[in-house]
Ligand binder design. Structure first.
Ligand SMILES: Nc1ncnc2c1ncn2[C@@H]1O[C@H](COP(=O)(O)OP(=O)(O)OP(=O)(O)O)[C@@H](O)[C@H]1O
Length: 656
């Protein structure tokens, strides 16, 4: 077999990857021997934790314009964590020097000397492709493994070449570099710039290939194609708070997960001593995000990913969540309710005279119900609306079985209990994704859990689905007691959905809000199918089955507000629901598809999506948050099936 030169280079890279993997295995083996006690502190078990995902993946490689004297080398790899073997150095992706690979604006002294960055594409832990970005001229091409065994003698650094211009992705230069038979270690690469997605884009070809690839169940880590602006948000010091907003598919969950992993892997000045909590809206979201975190942090137990319902379950210590509405009136979710609890706690007997007995959770709850603070003997509130609400509360035991009262029960439990549940004990930074859907009482609870007040708050106000949540980030920051006044960072590059899908969904927004620009320009136009009311289930499933066949390696979902017609049609046609708890997957033979209520679709994504009967999706404050979210779950293809008139904006004759 004749190997193309690029194939040869890939073979070389695989060789180094194998050696890196062996080196990490040896590191882990010796860690296991000596790190037992330290790990006991973090894990509470005798099992050693490691930040490695065990895959030994290398994500990229950096060539400098010359040998850096301090480093003693002109090139290095970026991987999971530090290792050095046979003259090759691999730096961890969360180390400061990795900034030279991600091309962010966070300055590392070597940023001015980066000549070429090479990003790897891997499948099944094996490098299968790479792309080179030429950052500045005067590059030394990458050494082969054999050459790398000879440690280069430190030479004077070259005179500085042209200033760094990130975003000069150059596959043409790459192929020029790799297509000849010449693999000498010092051949100059020719500088050619092909700006495509605009400034600050790296590994553009790999990025596009990755976005076009079938979606899997569970988010994957994207270190090799992480973009400079994303890296800048991920790699902020752990004690810095940030608010990030962006339209659907702009990489918010990518930033949430990679930031969480960064904060426990970074160098000491940027990392945490304690733990990170990542919070999302649903159990499905938590499963989705854990996929990326597993890849990034392996068995490390310092990150807890939890949905809001899961968090409430943990704190209240119930196995399953009670059924019923999330809130029955605005008071259920209101921050004032938590403040009442705080006011009771603050007046409870303190010090010796009180025999140190503190109120139990049940006692505090009963005081609320009776609107009487036992310690002061005074009413908790004189407000007639609140008096009436508190008077209607059921007793403590019944309240634990009412979904709408679980945030209150959890709040009382948290402030009373001295011993928080495992995974929530040393939280020093909370990352909240889909933050637009958090209620005041939930923010107050998170604020209690957060031991330092450092936050990464991520969301999209246009995807808001409840009137009982806040409409502005400043109000959120106030309630979360984040006094650092972080600036609000805005993302505008849409990675997930193709332009035709985004253009269609954006019709639900005002013109000023249509800020997202799609990376994936080409794709099928959304299909709108009008059917009779009795045919809606069949039509939705026919479209879904067509897409299941078209995206055999990918995923397809049907998203509804009222799922009954769809479910009835599935049952009548030989489909059965996966018995796995919490699963929304239906199967028939080798076919599988997901059927979701729009609430459960938050944060998820699929190659093909069928949205059923848009007119029945709820609105909040006149906005179409849930429908907008549903339409933007699609990566490649979107179908809308309806019997009722389409909401204003989506109808064909709507203002484009
Ligand atoms: N740098 C990147 N490289 C490769 N894929 C990326 C990159 N950034 C984002 N993506 C992909 O784009 C898709 C959307 O990203 P993500 O889910 O983080 O968006 P989001 O803003 O959280 O969306 P939403 O708010 O709609 O749930 C994901 O498949 C993600 O893997």
């Amino acid at each position: 077999m004749i190997l193309r030169p690029k194939d040869l280079q890939i073979e070389d890279e695989r060789t180094n990857q194998r050696r890196y993997r062996r080196e990490l295995e040896q590191q882990d083996a010796s860690r296991r021997k000596y790190d037992g006690p330290r790990n006991n502190v973090w894990t509470g078990t005798a099992a050693p934790a490691t930040s490695s995902n065990g895959g030994g993946s290398i994500v990229g490689r950096v060539a400098l314009t010359g040998v850096d004297q301090a480093l003693g080398r002109s090139e290095y790899y970026i991987g999971e964590r530090y290792a050095e073997f046979g003259g090759v150095a691999v730096f961890g992706w969360a180390s400061d020097i990795a900034g030279t690979f991600f091309l962010g604006t966070t300055e590392h002294p070597l940023c001015d000397d980066v000549a070429v960055i090479r990003s790897f594409r891997s499948a099944d832990c094996q490098i299968i492709d790479y792309a080179d970005d030429v950052v500045r001229s005067g590059a030394v091409s990458f050494a082969r493994p054999d050459d790398a065994l000879k440690i280069p003698s430190p030479a004077q650094k070259r005179a500085r070449s042209r200033p760094r211009r990130p975003g000069t992705s150059d596959d043409a230069a790459e192929s020029q570099q790799t297509s000849g038979a010449d693999h000498s270690a010092t051949r100059q690469t020719r500088e050619r710039r092909v700006p495509r997605l605009g400034a600050s884009v790296r590994a553009e070809r790999l990025l596009r290939e990755r976005l076009a690839a079938p979606r899997k169940i569970g988010l994957a880590s994207v270190l090799a194609t992480l973009q400079p602006d994303q890296y800048d948000l991920v790699a902020r010091p752990a004690m810095e708070s940030t608010v990030i907003e962006g339209p659907p598919g702009t990489g918010k969950t990518i930033i949430a997960t990679h930031r969480a992993a960064y904060m426990i892997n970074a160098q000491p000045e940027n990392s945490l001593d304690g733990d990170v909590l990542v919070v999302g809206p649903t159990d499905g979201y938590a499963r989705h995000a854990r996929g990326a975190l597993r890849e990034l942090t392996g068995s490390d137990t310092r990150i807890t990913v939890e949905s809001i319902p899961g968090l409430l379950r943990r704190i209240v210590n119930v196995k399953s969540l009670p059924t019923g509405d999330i809130s029955t009136c605005w008071q259920d979710a209101d921050v004032t309710l938590g403040r009442f609890v705080d006011s009771v706690i603050s007046t409870q007997p303190q010090g010796r005279k009180s025999n140190r007995r503190r109120f139990t959770a049940l006692e505090i709850y009963e005081m609320l119900r009776k609107n009487k603070n036992q310690a002061s003997g005074r009413p908790i509130t004189a407000d007639p609306e609140w008096t009436s609400y508190l008077g209607r509360l059921p007793d403590w035991y019944r309240a634990r079985r009412v979904r709408a009262l679980l945030p209150l029960v959890a709040y009382v439990n948290w402030v009373v209990n001295r011993e928080p549940p495992v995974g929530l004990r040393h939280i020093e930074h909370i990352v909240v994704d889909e933050a637009q859907d958090m209620t005041g009482l939930e923010w107050l609870l998170l604020n209690q859990i957060n031991q330092t007040g450092a936050w990464t708050i991520i969301g999209d106000m246009n995807q808001r689905r409840s009137d009982h949540t806040y409409g502005s980030w400043s109000r959120v920051l106030e309630v979360a007691q984040c006094f650092a006044h972080p600036t609000i960072e805005t993302l505008e590059r849409g990675y997930r959905s193709t332009k035709p899908i985004l253009d269609f969904a954006n019709r639900l927004l005002s013109r000023e809000q249509r800020t997202v620009s799609a990376v994936q320009i080409e794709g099928p136009a959304p299909v709108v199918e009008e059917v009779g009311p009795a045919e809606i289930g069949a039509a939705a499933i026919n479209q879904a089955v067509r897409m299941v066949a078209a995206y055999r390696d990918g995923t397809v979902a049907v998203i509804t507000n009222h799922g009954r017609p769809v479910i009835e049609h599935l049952r009548a046609n030989g489909w059965s629901k996966s018995p796995q708890a919490g699963s929304h997957i239906w199967r028939r033979g080798s076919f599988g598809l997901t059927v979701l209520h729009h609430d459960a679709a938050r944060g998820l994504e699929f190659d093909g999506v069928v949205v059923v009967e848009p007119a029945s999706f709820p609105k909040n404050y006149g906005r179409n948050g849930p429908l907008y979210t549903a339409l933007t779950r699609a990566n490649r293809e979107l179908v809308v099936v309806h019997a009722k008139a389409l909401p204003r904006g989506l109808s064909r004759d709507a203002d484009e």
